[in-house]
Write a protein that binds this ligand. Structure first.
Ligand code: IMP
Length: 181
């Protein structure tokens, strides 16, 4: 089965391509716009997007919505992560976190998939902390300020760990299992 990942992000596509290959799932990329609804959780955003695209895309496909949820900020930036990153970036997040002792955060990835017969929503998450400073190594989005549980390095500093335990990997592994059901 040819499966398409509909995403405007080359970064997300490369990551998904590498991970799904381990499960013998080969994907292609399509970039079709969908209008993201305002919602509190990534699952609803992803599912709404899937349903919008089902009338336009005839092959099996999936889309992904992700975000960073910071406890001390009541879940902000959450489903607005992409927009917030463009507006205030990691500097802005660290500014909001200044003086906060509770630095717990969670990355969430929600995949909504259509295999030609059924739809599914698959969620992956990774818990961690917001660092006190931006790590030097460049990385995707919030990677330079996110330290996964059990580590002392940010995702940007330790890409190997990110590839092993990321929210996206966890959601993609569930996708691979669902496709094999
Ligand atoms: P969306 O899923 O396209 O709405 O974008 C979510 C935003 O969250 C991205 O633009 C990034 O800023 C951020 N994000 C999602 N996943 C990651 C990740 O793995 N590392 C760092 N930032 C991420």
């Amino acid at each position: 089965m040819k499966l398409f990942f509909i995403t405007g992000s080359k970064h997300k596509f490369r990551e998904a391509e590498r991970i799904l290959k381990e499960y013998n799932v080969i994907i292609g990329r399509k970039d079709v716009e969908c209008e993201e609804i305002r919602a509190e959780n990534c699952e609803n955003v992803a599912l709404d997007c899937l349903r919008q695209l089902r009338s336009e895309v005839n092959e099996p496909f999936f889309i992904e919505d992700s975000g960073l949820f910071i406890k001390a900020l009541n879940g902000f930036p959450g489903t607005f992560s992409s927009w917030v990153f463009k507006k205030i970036g990691n500097e802005g997040i660290l500014e909001l976190m200044r003086g906060k002792e509770v630095r717990d955060a969670c990355f969430v990835s929600s995949i909504a998939a259509w295999d030609g017969k059924e739809e599914a929503v698959l969620r992956g998450e990774v818990k961690g902390y917001i660092s006190n400073k931006i790590s030097k190594e460049k990385g995707f989005g919030y990677d330079p300020i996110f330290i996964p549980e059990g580590s002392r390095k940010t995702f940007a500093e330790d890409h190997k760990t990110k590839m092993m335990c990321s929210h996206r990997r966890r959601a993609l592994e569930k996708l691979a299992k669902w496709l094999r059901r």
